[in-house]
Every structure is written in C-alpha cells, then in structure tokens.
Design a protein around this ligand. Structure first.
Ligand SMILES: *[C@@H]1O[C@H](CO)[C@@H](O)[C@H](O)[C@H]1NC(C)=O
Length: 356
C-alpha cells in the first residue's frame, strides 16, 4: 500500500493485507524462541492452573453469625458473705451470648452500699488529707468515689482521708490472692457459627449434623482427637494461648478466638471444616456492675461487684474456592466466553444448595 493514500495509515475496505514471514535458520534464535514459548506454557499450566488453581472463582467475604453459651457451676467463698453458688446466669455476660462474651473468674463484692457520707478509700491518692483544708467542700475526688464534704477524717488507725458524699461504705480494693471462681477452668464454651458466602449462595455450620442428641453433651473440642466438636473447655483455650488459667483468671484478660474457613469445593463438601486458633489479646480486664434494692423503710441500697474475668472475642474469616463446571479448557483457552460460563454457574448452584 502506498503511504501517500488519502486515508493515511488505515486500510481501505476493499484492500487486502497479509503478513510477510522472515525465516532465520539460526539455532540459537530458534532455541530461544521455543524456550520462551515453553516458559509461558509452563507458567500457565503449572503455576496458574495447577498450583494457584487460577481457573477457580473465590469468595473471601463470609457473612458470619456466632452464638455462644457458657456452661458450668462454681461455689465461691466471699469474706463475710459466706459461700455462694455461681451459675451461667451469674458469670456470663451478656446473657444472650454473641461473638463477644465475658466469663467472671474473680471479683470484689461490696454489699449494702447506701448513699451517704463516709471516708474516701486510702487507695485514691487525691483523697488523702492531713487537715480539713485539704478537702474543699463540693469538689469531686479525682479518680475517687464521691464528692468532698469539707472534712478530713480517720479512715483507720494509719490513714486519714477526706470524707465524701457517695455510695458508702466505699469499695474495698484488695483483690483475693486466688481467683474466687477457680472452677471456671472446667466450664465449657459452646460456639455455634454459621457462615454464608453470598457470591455462591453457599452456607456451612461448624456444628456436626448429627441425630445423636447426646453428642453435644458429651464431647469436648480437641484439635487432633475431636476437631469437629464445637464445645471448648475454658482451660484448654487459655492454655492454647500459652498462658496458665490461674494467672489469667486472677486479673482477667482478653482472648481472641479465630475461626478460619478455607474450603475448596474441588474436594468433597464434608472436608469444608473450620480451624480454630486462640491468642491472648490483652491482660487485665475488669468492670463494675451493681444490683439495686430497697429496704423496708424504702431506702435505696446496692450490692456492688467489681468483676475480673476472661473476655472472648470471636472472629470469623474464610474463603471458598469454586471450580467452574466444564472446567479447565473452558476457562484457560476461551477467556472471552463469559456468557456461556455464566449460564453454567446457574446450572451448578442447585447442587451447591443441596450440599450446604
Ligand atoms: C477440673 O476438672 C479436673 C478433671 O475433671 C479436676 O481434676 C480438677 O480438680 C477440676 N478443677 C477444679 C478447679 O475443680
């Protein structure tokens, strides 16, 4: 084609164009050419298809629902208040059990507090005093329990503190040296987790589909012997983080429970099982809570509890890999045939539904 045609570089409708080959009888060039071809082919077949399973489609964003339940009972001796039994309604918070759950292992109880005046606790530095002038009336005690009344009073034989208006008597800040709910190590945590992969409309649950009603009452999770039992002994979970129960139970802590789903539907669906792992996120965890009541003179009282314990944070992660039907050749050799592929997907989903 002459370069000076009116249309410039473009080809007219009735023109004919063909490529012209140049043959080089050079062994080195020929070998290099074949090696390059082999390399590309090997990369596609070996790495992309066989190792990375590049023909598969993935969904890495499961929607997860977690329901938890703690079980067990413990008797705790409290100074001055005798022995009291704690069951799930007492030590599990919140009671409905979601993916964040708190188990009481230790506590400080302050019974029969009423609003009135009493000396501030000597454990609050801002409450210490030597004379009345140190306690200006109406000023709250910083990090303290109430509002100063203007008097400096004896807390005990060795300490003087500001008198305060607040819930009296103030909390005794000495923690028992051993966890009061030591039996909590044998409590169990039941975790029911359902995941749904919206892309494939594929769902799985971590609890075994069984007709044996006693199964969930008798099994305990063990990573090698019983990996499909969703009931975890508290002590086993603490030890899986590398801690000892006694240490963590004293001042509390946060444990992260990670549930990982990694399912390849090239393999049987029954092999799509979650993996559990446990790690210590934080040491020390406590909060206060109180229950209120009135006496016969309609005077308001409360029982204050400072609760120490283990907080379980359960997070769910995972991915599902799905092979296309008609497989390999379809995907790799005809990458542009997205329309027929889409119709194959629909033919595939009823099978998925029945296996979920
Ligand atoms: C927990 O259970 C084990 C075995 O059943 C028992 O030996 C241990 O004393 C129990 N722990 C507590 C604190 O009761």
């Amino acid at each position: 084609m002459p370069g000076g045609s009116p249309c410039g570089p473009c080809i007219g409708l009735l023109d004919y164009k063909t490529a012209k080959f140049a043959l080089t009888r050079n062994r080195r060039v020929g070998l290099l050419h074949r090696l390059l071809q082999l390399g590309v082919l090997g990369y596609l077949l070996g790495w992309v298809l066989l190792v990375r399973k590049g023909y598969q489609d993935t969904d890495r964003a499961p929607r997860a629902v977690v329901v938890t339940k703690l079980k067990g009972a413990a008797a705790a001796e409290v100074r001055g208040a005798g022995r009291r039994l704690w069951d799930a309604a007492d030590y599990a918070r919140p009671p409905q059990g979601g993916n964040v759950l708190f188990l009481v292992t230790n506590f400080i109880a302050t019974a029969e507090q009423a609003q009135g005046t009493c000396p501030e606790s000597p454990s609050v530095p801002a409450g210490m005093c030597t004379e009345d002038a140190d306690c200006p009336m109406g000023e709250p005690v910083v990090h303290g329990n109430g509002i100063k009344t203007g008097k400096c009073v004896m807390f005990n034989t060795t300490h003087s503190t500001c008198e305060i208006y607040g819930w009296c008597p103030v909390e005794n800040s000495t923690l028992p040296r051993k966890p009061l709910l030591a039996e909590a190590e044998n409590f169990t945590l039941f975790i029911r987790n359902t995941v749904h992969f919206t892309k494939f409309n594929f769902s799985r649950c971590n609890t075994l589909q069984t007709n044996d009603p006693s199964y969930f009452k008798s099994c305990t999770y063990d990573p090698s012997l019983n990996p499909s039992c969703p009931i975890f002994r508290v002590r086993d979970m603490v030890e899986a983080t590398g801690e000892t129960f006694g240490d963590l139970a004293l001042l509390g802590g946060c444990i992260r429970v990670r549930i990982e789903w990694d399912c390849d539907l090239d393999r049987p669906v029954a092999q799509c099982q979650p993996q559990y792992s446990f790690s210590l996120q934080d040491r020390r965890y406590n909060f206060r809570t109180a229950s209120y009541y009135w006496d016969s003179q309609r005077r308001l009282y409360r029982n204050l509890l400072k609760l120490y314990g283990i907080r379980f944070d359960i997070s769910v992660h995972g991915q599902v890999l799905l092979p296309p039907p008609g497989l390999l050749l379809h995907r790799s050799c005809l990458p542009s045939c997205s329309l027929p592929m889409a119709s194959c997907w629909h033919g595939f989903s009823p099978w998925l539904g029945s296996s979920a």
